[in-house]
Design a protein around this ligand. Structure first.
Ligand code: UT7
Length: 328
């Protein structure tokens, strides 16, 4: 039994930080950020806002759009590397906030691949026949782990997320294939060293700025292009499809140059590639579900269309999911 997406939603904080705002904080320029990444602005949380607040807005909107009651949700999966707390999970906070009294759930840590890992996990719970309605959210509040003295990282990330409701379908539609990967040998290239059991929080760890995300951008860039392109090519070929058969390609939004190279290698023409990094920056687990909701709301996806999702992120984690769209 396949899982199909029956509702999509996204939410980003109201506050917007432009590249010009960043020029005042670090040694950077609007021109450098636009030309090297494609980013023009990003949304950032207010002081009293965290990942569960964004997720609760997404969850509420999913219930409304799907025309379903909170009591009908069996499972809540939240892909995030910026949960409100280590424990309780963000999923538990959302469960309480929306009153999903029959749901269980958990947070899932796979960085920028968090939403794809969540979709695959949710789809398997649907396939088991024991879950009828699964909520999958990808969300990150990256500003909570960004060092605004480090221009290598602080200019590329933003806050926000999106989600979907998964339900069973008996057709050969919905999530028709997925390939997911992990290679822990890339772990040091994109890492938040402190705060876990390896380097618990101390005055020294804070002084040493260990609680911020650190990235070797050049290395991650290289692996991201190859990873997203290889896995997307592979999922197309094993389903006897080419780039021409894809109605919409929704890649993780980390850098417009990475997206352009990956799409080109898969033979997917420019007009079929969803790019919104200019508006949101890299929201980690949030990028793909935000883009998916924008595309569906803008009528860029219709029943029968093949939609290809692809991600690459810290871990390293990466993957591709192929959907034959069926919404009702
Ligand atoms: O989502 C998870 C996965 N993450 C990714 O996929 C991110 C992958 N990496 C990237 O997107 C890019 O590597 C970055 C956007 C992070 C950096 O772009 P780049 O083209 O790889 O720049 P670079 O690190 O090679 O730096 C080029 C130059 C350097 O100056 P010199 O040595 O040529 O004089 C940097 O010091 O740009 C300088 N630079 C900056 N200049 C202005 C680096 N960051 C900045 C900045 N503003 N923010």
């Amino acid at each position: 039994m396949n899982a199909k997406i029956t509702a999509t939603a996204h939410s980003t904080p109201k506050n917007v930080m432009t590249n010009l705002d960043l020029e005042k904080l670090v040694d950077t320029t609007d021109d450098w950020i636009r030309s090297r990444t494609g980013i023009v602005q990003r949304h950032i949380v207010s002081e009293d806002e965290a990942s569960s607040d964004i997720s609760t807005r997404i969850a509420t909107s999913l219930l409304e759009k799907g025309g379903i009651s909170a009591n009908d949700i069996d499972l809540i999966i939240i892909g995030t590397v910026t949960p409100d707390h280590f424990t309780p999970s963000t999923a538990a906070l959302v469960q309480k906030n929306i009153g999903a009294k029959n749901a269980w759930g958990f947070d899932l840590s796979a960085a920028c691949s968090g939403f794809l890992y969540g979709l695959e996990t949710g789809a398997n719970f649907i396939a088991s026949g024991r879950h009828k309605k699964v909520m999958v959210i990808g969300v990150d509040t990256m500003t909570s782990i960004l060092d605004f003295q480090d221009r290598d990282t602080c200019v590329i990330f933003g806050d926000g997320g999106g989600g979907v409701i998964l339900e069973p379908t008996l057709g050969k539609t919905g999530i028709v294939d997925s390939i997911l990967h992990m290679d822990g040998s890339g772990g040091d290239y994109l890492i938040m060293p402190g705060g876990g059991s390896r380097i618990p929080a101390t005055l020294k760890s804070v002084d040493d700025r260990q609680h911020y995300i650190k990235q070797d951008g050049k290395t991650v860039f290289k692996y991201a292009v190859k990873g997203m392109a290889d896995v997307s090519e592979r999922i197309l070929s094993r389903n006897d499809l080419t780039g021409d058969d894809i109605a919409l390609f929704i890649p993780h939004q980390a850098n417009k140059r990475i997206i352009d190279s990956a799409a080109q290698r898969c033979g997917i023409s420019e007009e079929k590639v969803l790019i919104n990094i200019d508006q949101y920056g890299n929201t980690t687990a949030g990028t793909i579900p935000i883009a998916l909701n924008e595309a569906f709301s803008d009528n860029r996806i219709k029943d029968g269309d093949y939609v290809l999702l692809a991600s690459f992120g810290a871990g390293f984690t990466w993957g591709s999911i192929l959907i034959k769209w069926e919404s009702k």
